[in-house]
Design a protein around this ligand. Structure first.
Ligand code: FMN
Length: 461
């Protein structure tokens, strides 16, 4: 059997993820593997059509494809995203049709799920036979039981391919049939933004497209100009190289204008709007590059306390994963999520009123300092970061470590909570005795509620 490996890591041969594929290869010498480092060589693949064709030819002559990738910012690296776009731009989808596929990633498992959902959906769109994914921790190689699971994953995959087993489709094709031309109406009552800095990151600003019209209509909802930044004009020489030089002091190895832009324009904004078109199952690779490059701040929330909204052209309503991903992104920045406005609405008037409402809320909530309480996204994500930055990432991510110390992130370790420790010591001891145990379990709910209820009904609080 021949397997094409499409590797998304910008590190090429030095990719951690690649090592897991080398391991699979070692245990399956009966198969032939051909690897393409698309993440590392994307610029030359873009410019050099024969290079792209060579990959497509390999896919055509393969029985299966392994997508292997690090997780970057809730997804895959911009470089691999760009490769997926090139498949469509070069009309090479047919090469992938009916090929069996699996995805292997390494990460610290912070939003690996959204990345795998994305890859699965892309495979379904390409009419591949997507079998399974394997989301590995960077260090799983050190564990015998994890290696065993990896061997089984590969064996099962090869067996499914050999036996030509059927696979189910999880993501039906997207439809843009309902999206109509948007005709904006006039913005009647404008919102006063004189003391607010509003930055709108736009993936192109063509005033004739639905996206361009929604951007203009949003801008017109305010008394004063807002800052519209076309991400295609940003001084950004390339995607994140994953060199982790930024780990020591948040300095990016690139000397282009991106870091300054993020530290000044973005950091100083009160309100940030992201505006782009759906490209496959995300926004464009260029947008992904913006998020990836912001990794120079590593695992610290940087755009704290902003109001963030999204203006999107395309079938966002059919891509629940993207909704989930961006909501999680906003929370991870300690910011407030405003809305997703898309051109999927039936009626242009409704889009106008949604835009007016988002404009109004952005200013009101910014004045109030309102941030919707966070959910599992930030709670869970921050605990993963806290444990890893305190632990194995500490010496590489020293800037994070300093920030976490200064901002009390380590104080949230449960073992540091004196009150909880005292309570547990006391009740662990007392509940050894049957009669006390019964009393405790009889009364635990009432006792737990008592202090919370007292504040809930306290007229002074
Ligand atoms: C720009 C950037 C973004 C990252 N984003 C995530 C992330 O969202 N979730 C996660 O668990 N790990 C994230 N990581 C960590 C990588 O996924 C991890 O180090 C991976 O093992 C690297 O694999 P590679 O050596 O094959 O490139 C990120 C790393 C970089 C450089």
């Amino acid at each position: 059997m021949k397997i094409t490996i499409i590797s998304g890591s910008p590190k090429g041969e030095k990719s951690v993820t690649l090592q897991y594929l080398l391991y699979i290869q070692k245990h399956n010498p009966q198969h032939t593997f051909e690897t393409f480092h698309v993440g590392q060589t994307i610029k030359s693949i873009e410019k050099n059509k024969p290079k792209f064709d060579e990959i497509i030819e390999s896919v055509k002559t393969s029985d299966a494809v392994f997508w292997i990738t690090p997780i970057f910012y809730f997804l895959i690296p911009s470089q691999l995203k760009r490769f997926i776009e090139l498949i469509y731009e070069n009309k090479a989808e047919d090469a992938f049709k009916n090929k069996y596929a699996a995805a292997v990633s390494t990460s610290i498992r912070f939003f690996d799920t959204t990345a795998h959902n994305y890859l699965h959906a892309v495979c379904d769109d390409l009419k591949m036979k997507y079998v399974n994914f394997n989301s590995l921790d960077m260090w799983d190689m050190f564990s015998g039981s994890k290696r065993k699971q990896l061997r089984l994953f590969a064996e099962n995959f090869f067996s499914i391919v050999e036996n030509k087993e059927p696979v189910s489709i999880q993501y039906p094709p997207l439809s843009t049939d309902k999206i109509k031309a948007y005709t904006p109406g006039e913005a009647k009552s404008k919102v006063d933004n004189s003391d607010k800095k509003i930055v709108l990151l736009a993936d192109g600003y063509n005033k004739n497209t639905n996206l361009g019209k929604m951007i203009s209509r949003f801008s017109d909802s305010f008394t004063n100009d807002i800052q519209i930044v076309d991400i295609n004009q940003l001084d950004m020489k390339g995607g994140c190289l994953s060199c982790i030089r930024c780990g020591y002091d948040n300095k990016c190895i690139y000397t282009d204008g991106f870091t300054d832009f993020w530290k000044t324009t973005m950091k100083n904004a009160d309100i940030i709007i992201f505006a782009g078109e759906i490209r496959d199952r995300y926004l464009s690779a260029q947008f992904k590059m913006v998020f990836d490059r912001s990794f120079f701040m590593n695992h610290t929330p940087f755009l704290i306390g902003k109001q963030m909204g999204f203006i999107i052209s395309g079938p966002l309503g059919q891509i629940a994963n993207l909704n989930y991903l961006f909501s999680a992104y906003v929370e991870s920045q300690n910011s407030n999520f405003l809305d997703f406005i898309t051109d999927e609405e039936e009626d242009s008037k409704l889009i106008d009123s949604l835009i007016d409402t988002m404009a109004d809320h952005s200013i009101t909530y910014s004045n109030q300092g309102y941030i919707r309480p966070h959910t599992f996204y930030k709670e869970g994500g921050m605990k993963i970061f806290r444990d890893d930055v305190y632990g194995r990432l500490r010496f590489t991510c020293q800037a994070d470590h300093r920030w976490y110390k200064d901002n009390g992130i380590y104080d949230t370790f449960p073992q540091r909570n004196k009150f909880v420790n005292r309570m547990n010591r006391k009740f662990m001891f007392l509940t050894r005795f049957k009669s006390i145990r019964e009393k405790v379990y009889r009364e635990v709910n009432t006792e737990m509620l008592r202090p919370i209820h007292a504040i809930a009904i306290d007229p002074d609080k």
